[in-house]
Design a protein around this ligand. Structure first.
Ligand code: F6P
Length: 367
């Protein structure tokens, strides 16, 4: 069946480059004579159309996407609550039940005569996209996340911008750490994968990097800091991924998982800082970069990746593909089955040469 009208949705945490994908999909689709429609706030535009003046879905013309390629965030809005596969519904007895609302999405597509969906998101959104494809919707996924934890793609868009900003922050913290002879602990996002900490930590010349893939021992980190002091280098920088945990410790959690919403990580930076201060006697400070990593203008790498992904998603639909995610397999983009991506996570491999680069530069990983 030929395509006339496509819908675009952005789901999960925002990432720099989302608007560049939206713009590229709309332009590539318009160049084929197709109309594009944006869904508000993940799938909320479909599940709650009454909340939106235009009914939850609106026409994305070229005018609507003009001048947005360099902007952070998403003009469509997003949410990481209310996964339609496990939608939280309040029961009369006060308990919450998990309901599958994906049939409503299919009905909406049929009612609005939308022929296909471009779903831009991370693991959660691509798992939903896969379920919709299995129920018969034409779907192509685009891999987004600052965490870079999606399998089957060399990188996701958003990651490079997050790493560039974290590196700039680490650069800035060197001088204050050195001036005060302090230890600075920098906590970065990344969920259960240490990509942001690893790349920014090495690029920013940190002295210790703690990632979820390598359970750490703070005695080893303290020994590294003492050794630097003994050599006259009286300051140290420690980059900690939010999902990192001590060999015999526990992951730091701010809020537990709920139906339709993942647990919130955070707080490991404080724990690491007080343990280092206790072990070394050095003045220690913590900086939590948090959501700053998700903001700002995408780097040129992320803008280009976003446009390559967006236009490749349109080409995939034109070629009759469905149930695939656009991926980066240097030097080109390719397509991988959504079912090979859904529910899978890509952590830092322990034999990665980037990790080895850090070790050869004398950085401790706390192991
Ligand atoms: O997946 C992107 C991400 O920023 C993670 O790095 C982080 O753990 C999470 O989202 C934070 O989510 P929220 O915006 O709900 O606090």
């Amino acid at each position: 069946m030929s395509i006339r009208r496509i819908a675009i949705c952005t789901g999960g945490g925002d990432a720099p480059g989302l608007n560049a994908v939206i713009r590229s999909v709309v332009i590539a689709a318009a160049n084929r004579g197709w109309e594009s429609y944006g869904i508000h706030d993940g799938f909320n535009g479909i599940l709650f159309p009454e909340r939106y003046p235009e009914g939850g879905v609106y026409r994305l013309t070229r005018d609507k996407v003009r001048g947005i390629g360099h902007l952070g965030g998403t003009i469509l809005g997003t949410t990481n609550k209310g996964n339609p596969l496990h939608f939280p519904v309040q029961m009369p007895d006060g308990s919450t039940r998990d309901v599958d609302r994906t049939d409503e999405i299919l009905q909406f597509f049929a009612m609005k005569e939308l022929d296909a969906l471009v779903s831009i998101g991370g693991d959660g959104s691509l798992t939903i996209a896969n379920a919709l494809h299995q129920k018969g919707l034409r779907v192509v996924g685009v891999p987004k996340t600052i965490d870079n934890d999606l399998d089957k793609t060399f990188t996701t868009f958003g990651f490079d911008t997050a790493v560039a900003f974290a590196t700039e922050c680490i650069d800035r913290l060197h001088s204050t750490a050195q001036s005060h002879q302090r230890v600075m602990v920098i906590e970065v996002m990344g969920r259960y994968a240490g990509w942001i900490a690893l790349h920014a930590g090495i690029a920013g010349s940190a002295h210790a990097i703690l990632i979820p893939e390598i359970p750490f021992d703070l005695d080893k980190v303290a020994a590294k800091i003492r050794a630097r002091d003994n050599e006259g280098r009286m300051y140290s920088l420690v980059v900690v991924s939010e999902g990192a945990e001590a060999a015999h410790g526990q992951r730091a959690i701010l809020a537990p998982a709920e139906i339709g919403h993942a647990e919130r990580l955070g707080g490991i930076g404080e724990q690491v800082a007080s343990a280092i201060q206790e072990r070394t006697g050095k003045d220690t400070r913590v900086v939590v970069l948090g959501h700053l990593l998700r903001g700002g203008s995408p780097t040129s790498f992320d803008r280009l990746a976003a446009m390559r992904f967006g236009t490749a998603a349109v080409r995939a639909l034109e070629e009759g593909k469905s149930g695939v995610m656009v991926a980066l397999a240097f030097p080109n983009v390719n397509y991988v089955a959504l079912e090979e991506v859904a529910g899978r996570m890509k952590g830092v491999p322990l034999d990665s040469d980037t990790l080895q680069t850090g070790r050869d530069m004398g950085i401790t990983f706390g192991d």
